[in-house]
Structure formats: structure tokens, C-alpha cells
Design a protein around this ligand. Structure first.
Ligand code: FAD
Length: 476
């Protein structure tokens, strides 16, 4: 294998090779020529944490390898930009590493290209030695209860996308509700609870969109109830998020409906992280703060049964549960919780982007073993589309590093897709289909414009929320 010169991609000899590949009239000759380009090429689909961490590992472990990073939006970074809460800027620092990876001459960002629309996974497998699917989970999981279609029943995903400037979530959120119920008790639910109860002053210096900030300034929300199926010992949120909410200025918890004192004797035997989280709840329930301007409740052991209302939702009927060991069991009791807005926060869900791909529709994941897609050599999956919507960026990093290493090991062992064309030929076809790929330097133009807009209003950035406007700024 020739040594790779990263400074000039495409290199002259590589260019010559491609001209020969493209001009050869014979399919078999074209195949042979495509196969003889010396360096391996990998396509990574999705530029969130999973895509970036897998890419970082591939170029580290497979020297000479080149990675094309496909992204459906004109902007990179996935949920780091569109999911992580605006008041958690420290989490977004991971983009510094992502930018280093994207700046490597071995990596080419191809944003504003949708796999499944502009190009299929099967086509990628004909142009790359390996294809890594890292396209996350960006669909909603419905509650599946009567009344879910009522006005003011929405997904937490929409609300998160709205305050973070996700282009598909631009329709305004009506915050005229005084009482909001969030179904689901993970960290996303706690993010939404915090954003709905925080003072606008606390959010003004963040990268929240101006339109969301203006709507929150007019918000009439007074109380938020977060409903969870299981008990406090099974809560899925983490201590950092709960502590932040407990200390949030201008808000206070109402710890009713659960006998927290009964948990005290169990504390010594709990594993350390669970013990610390439970201690925090027990302690806060024992010494509640005086009622503040906004209040909130964690309602454990409740399952949503029906959203009630004429046009808009005005109550949620829930079933009361009990824990039998680790199992949730229903009782015959039900309760009504008043609410003028109902948000479901029971997890994001992956989509099938290519009918040729194996897909577990119930779980919303691509079935795989440690990242290898079953029955498809050279095809890998990582991040939330492989694991489901679980874990924080650190978990995604570990699994994506492992998959990146697997790809490098397989390439070294000659286990790869049966490549018959050069990636640049495919990119040309993608262009002919109407896509105009946004490279990393192109994205930097938008990045700078957003930072400049932000500076004018005292924020780290003011996000552009329309895809058309993003393209206008990128292409001038
Ligand atoms: P994603 O980040 O979703 O990236 C997938 C990428 O693929 C996206 O850019 C998407 O546009 C792209 N894509 C999708 N379909 C296609 C297609 N057809 N073609 C091309 N590209 C496509 N973790 C923390 O550590 N701290 C936090 O504070 C935190 N807050 C969170 C808040 C919310 C609301 C959510 C939902 C998650 C949060 N997480 C947090 C978890 C973290 O965001 C995930 O662990 C991580 O983003 C998963 O990475 P991913 O790359 O699998 O998915």
C-alpha cells in the first residue's frame, strides 16, 4: 500500500486513477480499477456524536483511510446542537474535538445530503469499503392512548427541537397553559421541566432561539407534573439534572403522593449512584422549600391511560401502579391530573432510511452484534440507531470508538464491501440528483454568521432555523 499524503486530496495519482475508472467502458474493468485505488474509503452516515467519534477512531486506527461524513442537514453535530439544553453549554464543548476531526484532510463532510433520498445505503456500499450508519433516532414514540390527537398534546422532542432551533420544529409552542404534564421521567423530561420553569433571565445568555425566548417570556406556566410509570428507586434521570432542578431559582418542588420516608431504611444497601439519587429525593421531600412562583411535582407509579378534553386537552387520566420487585403492576385505582398541555417524553425512536436494510421496527433500531449489521459485510451501525435512545454522549463515545476500531480491524483483515466505483463518482451522481453537499469550510461560514448574530444580542450564537436561510448564508 502506498503511503498517503494527506495534504493534497485528491492526489495527482489518485486523480489519474479516477479518470481511468470513470472513462473505462467495461464494467468489469471499472470494478477492477475501483478496487485498485490503494486507500480504503469509508462512508459514515450522520454527523452527531456517534458519527464523529467513529470517524475519529477510523482515521486513527486505519492510517491512509478516508472518511466521507454524510449529514442530512446543512449543519453538523446532531443532538449536540439540537438536543442538549441551551443552559448546558459545557456539554457542547465536545464540538471542539468534532471540529478537529472534520478539519483532518482524511475527512470530508458532505452535509445537506440525505441518505435514503439522495443516495441509498446499497449505493454507498458499492462506492465505499465500509459504511457506518450513525444516523441517530429522530422520530417520536407515541403514548398510544385515546385523546393523544387533542390540541396541546405534543412531544417533548418537538419542544426540545423548537427551543434549540431544529428546522423541522419551527411551529410555535403555545405556552398559555398554566399546568403542564410531562409523561416520562428521563433526563429529557427533566430538561423540558427546567426550561419550562426557569426564569427567562437565566436563559437569555444561552444559544436558545430568540423566538423561544420571547415565547417563554410570555409563558403562563405555573406548575409542571412529571409522570413516571415506575417508582423513585427505578427513576431514569440522573442526580445532576435533579439537583439542578431542586436548586432552580424561583421554583419549588411539591413532594406529594409518595411516602419517601419509607425509602430511608433501604438506603444503605443501594448501589452508590442510586443511593445518592434517592438520598437527594428523601432529603428534599423532608425539607421542602416554601412555594415559589413556579412549582413542580414528580409523580411516581402512574401510567397514562387517556387524555381528556373537548378540543384541547384539559386532564390526563392515569392508572396507579405498584412495584412488585422490579416489575410494575397496575392496581384498579385511577386518578385525574388537570393539565392544559400534555408532553410525551418516552424516548426518541430510530427510522428505517432504506428498505433494503434490516430493521427492528418495534425497537426502532438496526439489529446488530457489537456494531456489525447481520448478514451485510462492511456494514456497521453505531450510536442511537444501533442501541436505541439510551445513554449520554460519553456512552455513545465508548461504543462508537469500539465500532471505529472494528471497522479498522476488518479493513486490515480484508473484510469489506464489494466496491465497484470510486466515491467521487457517487458524489457526482448525488449532485446530479439535486444535492449540493456542504463541506466543513462551507459550514464554518454559517458558524461565523451565527456567532456574529449572537454577539449582537449577548449570546454565544443566534442559530439560523430555516434550511433555506442556512443555504443562502453558506453559498452567499
Ligand atoms: P444524533 O446526535 O441524533 O446524530 C445523528 C445525526 O444523523 C444527526 O445529525 C442527523 O441529522 C443525522 N441523520 C439522520 N438521518 C439521516 C439521513 N437519512 N442521512 C444523513 N444524516 C442523517 N447527552 C449528554 O451527555 N449530555 C446532555 O446534556 C444530553 N442532553 C440531551 C438532551 C436531549 C433532548 C437528548 C435527546 C439527548 C441528550 N443527550 C445528552 C444524549 C446525546 O445527545 C446522545 O447520546 C447522542 O447525541 C447520540 O448520538 P448519535 O450520533 O447516535 O445521534
Amino acid at each position: 500500500m502506498r503511503s498517503a499524503c494527506f495534504r493534497c486530496w485528491p492526489r495527482c495519482d489518485d486523480l489519474l486513477q479516477r479518470i481511468m475508472v470513470r472513462s473505462s467502458p467495461w464494467p468489469e474493468r471499472r470494478r477492477q480499477l475501483a478496487m485498485t485505488t490503494d486507500q480504503p474509503y469509508v462512508a459514515v452516515v450522520g454527523s452527531g456524536p456517534a458519527g464523529f467519534y467513529a470517524t475519529q477512531q477510523i482515521i486513527k486506527k486505519a492510517p491512509g483511510c478516508r472518511v466521507d461524513l454524510f449529514e442530512q442537514l446543512p449543519v453538523p453535530f446532531g443532538l449536540v446542537r439540537f438536543g442538549v439544553a441551551p443552559d448546558h453549554p459545557e456539554v457542547k464543548n465536545v464540538t471542539t474535538t468534532f471540529c478537529q476531526t472534520a478539519s483532518s484532510p482524511a475527512v470530508r463532510l458532505l452535509a445537506d445530503v440525505t441518505v435514503g433520498r439522495h443516495v441509498t445505503v446499497s449505493e454507498l456500499r458499492r462506492a465505499y469499503d465500509a459504511v457506518v450508519l450513525a444516523y441517530g433516532a429522530d422520530d417520536d414514540r407515541p403514548l398510544g392512548i385515546p385523546g393523544e390527537q387533542l390540541t396541546n398534546v405534543a412531544s417533548a422532542r418537538h419542544l426540545v427541537g423548537w427551543y434549540n432551533g431544529l428546522p423541522g420544529c419551527r411551529s410555535p409552542v403555545d405556552l398559555a397553559a398554566e399546568h403542564v404534564v410531562i409523561v416520562g421521567m428521563g433526563n429529557v423530561a427533566l430538561d423540558v421541566l427546567r426550561l419550562l420553569t426557569a426564569s427567562v433571565d437565566a436563559l437569555a445568555g444561552t444559544d436558545i432561539t430568540e423566538s423561544a425566548l420571547a415565547a417563554l417570556a410570555e409563558s403562563r406556566v405555573r406548575h409542571v407534573t412529571v409522570v413516571g410509570r415506575r417508582g423513585p428507586l427505578q427513576a431514569a434521570f440522573t442526580i445532576k439534572e435533579l439537583r439542578e432542578q431542586i436548586h432552580l431559582v424561583g421554583t419549588s418542588a411539591i413532594w406529594d403522593g409518595y411516602p419517601f420516608h419509607q425509602l430511608e431504611p433501604l438506603l444503605p444497601d443501594l448501589p452508590r449512584p442510586r443511593r445518592r439519587l434517592t438520598e437527594l429525593m428523601v432529603k428534599s421531600a423532608r425539607s421542602p422549600r416554601a412555594a415559589e412562583r413556579r412549582t413542580w411535582t414528580l409523580k411516581f407509579l402512574r401510567s397514562p391511560l387517556e387524555a381528556l378534553g373537548t378540543d384541547a386537552v384539559d386532564q390526563l387520566r392515569v392508572g396507579v401502579n405498584a412495584m412488585d420487585g422490579d416489575h410494575v403492576v397496575g392496581t384498579n385505582q385511577t386518578e385525574l391530573i388537570p393539565c392544559q398541555m400534555l408532553l410525551r417524553s418516552i424516548g426518541y425512536k430510530g427510522r428505517q432510511i432504506d428498505p433494503a436494510l434490516p430493521f427492528d421496527a418495534a425497537r426502532g433500531v438496526i439489529p446488530n452484534t457489537d456494531g456489525r449489521v447481520h448478514g451485510a459485510p462492511g456494514l456497521y451501525v453505531t450510536g442511537w440507531i444501533g442501541t436505541g435512545p439510551v445513554g449520554v454522549i460519553l456512552n455513545t463515545m465508548s461504543s462508537s470508538f469500539a465500532v471505529g476500531k472494528l471497522v479498522a480491524d476488518d479493513l486490515a483483515a480484508g473484510k469489506q464491501c464489494d466496491r465497484v466505483m470510486h466515491p467521487d463518482e457517487l458524489v457526482q451522481i448525488i449532485r446530479e440528483r439535486g444535492a449540493r453537499p456542504v463541506g466543513f469550510p462551507d459550514w464554518l461560514r454559517l458558524d461565523q454568521a451565527e456567532e456574529e448574530r449572537g454577539r449582537r444580542v449577548g449570546k454565544p450564537r443566534e442559530k439560523v432555523v430555516s434550511v433555506d436561510e442556512m443555504r443562502r448564508i453558506i453559498w452567499g
